[in-house]
Design a protein around this ligand. Structure first.
Ligand SMILES: [Fe+2]
Length: 189
């Protein structure tokens, strides 16, 4: 099946498209698994060396299960059993400029609040701050719960063509509208 640079699906099998060189980002659209009475810790990390998982502290069961499930996806895509998960409560727009991440592959999900904004580099040109109306019309925003796996620019992935380039940035957030965001990176030794 021919697919484009960004693929969206209703099941985690959508991530198998990442094995195709031109696919830069795959998105599993799902409702947020976060129950209103069991928020994730405000600043949390989990590190896996391929065998053991070290948690920075206590966390709700649904959250740990989700990390485990999503980390398995990162490990499968990256071919690397070691990974690092970080969950933060974000109250400002952390990365306002469109960019690619300097990692091999990154998974990102917002349990609460909007997910990342993304756009094709060719569509927004030099307007990496997204100031122009024409740019804003081309920016898509992921929903709470959506799981995005994004290929980054780290060495080791040169076999994948550079084009088309998909860029992303943080959406707005505030004290009254916090985002609870989990990222998982492959952690090659
Ligand atoms: Fe990023």
């Amino acid at each position: 099946m021919a697919v484009g640079a960004v693929v969206q699906g209703q099941a985690p099998t959508v991530f198998t498209t990442l094995f195709e060189p031109q696919v830069r980002m795959a998105i599993w659209s799902r409702p947020s698994p976060m129950p209103p009475d069991a928020l994730p810790p405000p600043d949390f990390t989990a590190d896996c060396d391929g065998r053991w998982i070290a948690l920075s502290g206590a966390a709700p069961e649904w959250f740990l299960q989700d990390i485990e499930r999503l980390a398995e996806i990162v490990a499968t895509i990256s071919g690397c059993e070691a990974w690092r998960a970080r969950c933060e409560t974000v109250t400002r727009r952390a990365c306002p400029r469109f960019h690619q991440d300097a990692v091999p592959v990154r998974l990102i999900v917002a349990y609460e609040g909007p997910g990342p904004e993304w756009a094709f580099a060719g569509e927004i040109g030099e307007d990496l701050d997204g100031r122009l109306i024409g740019t804003r019309r081309r920016v898509r925003t992921l929903h709470p719960g959506d799981v995005a796996v994004i290929k980054g620019t780290a060495p080791g992935w040169e076999a994948w063509p550079d084009l088309p380039v998909v860029l992303h940035r943080s959406p707005p957030a505030g004290r009254r509208t916090p985002r609870r965001v989990l990222t998982i990176d492959a952690a090659p030794a």
